[in-house]
Write a protein that binds this ligand. Structure first.
Ligand code: F42
Length: 146
């Protein structure tokens, strides 16, 4: 079994701890926005360690849209590289935890549709895109059988 290595950022690590230790009943929203958050458990592409990343919840049917915005920072978040290398993840949405397969969305029409959904769920994503020269990566996570 790989080891779980928590985020070095205090607020992120603390959100993951509260979310998971409460079984998905506490710490499930982003600070004062009240908007829902999911937890994606994935594998480090260099260390093989278990990583847990909170992201905004953007639903598309049975699937979820994962947006690598990192507040409009100049570089993609590290978890984006992890998902590209290891697309099998576990996704927690409040009390429900499911294995999922992740795929990066490259097709322009599909990305445009999902981006619109993402901005509707979390409007600051639009501002984050204007802050950075990179195109913010978008993934879909879809449930897989156990
Ligand atoms: N970030 C987003 O990008 N989008 C969101 O919608 C979002 C929502 C959100 C909601 C609540 C919340 O608490 C946080 C939220 N965040 C959101 C922030 C998100 O959880 C991440 O913290 C952020 O995107 C930064 O991701 P990151 O993977 O760059 O995290 C850094 C701080 C980090 O953990 N770095 C690790 C470290 O130790 O420095 C690296 C961990 C890692 O995966 N290492 C790899 C490995 O192999 O283990 C190797 C790394 C490599 O070099 O390739």
């Amino acid at each position: 079994m790989a080891e779980y290595v928590p985020s070095p950022r205090d607020w992120v690590r603390e959100q993951v701890e509260l979310y998971e230790s409460s079984g998905g009943t506490k710490g499930t929203t982003l600070r004062d926005t009240g908007l829902p958050v999911i937890i994606v458990t994935h594998t480090g592409n260099k260390t093989g360690a278990i990583r847990k990343t909170p992201l905004m919840r953007v639903k598309d049917g049975n699937g979820y849209v994962l947006v690598g915005s990192q507040g409009g920072a100049p570089k993609d978040p590290v978890w984006v590289h992890n998902l590209r290398a290891n697309p099998r993840v576990e996704l927690r949405d409040e009390t429900v935890v499911r294995p999922m397969q992740v795929r990066e969305v490259k097709d322009k029409a599909e990305r445009d549709r999902l981006w619109t959904l993402a901005v509707a769920a979390f409007p600051p994503y639009a501002d984050y895109q204007t802050k950075t020269a990179r195109q913010i990566p978008v993934f879909v996570a879809e449930p897989v059988g156990r």
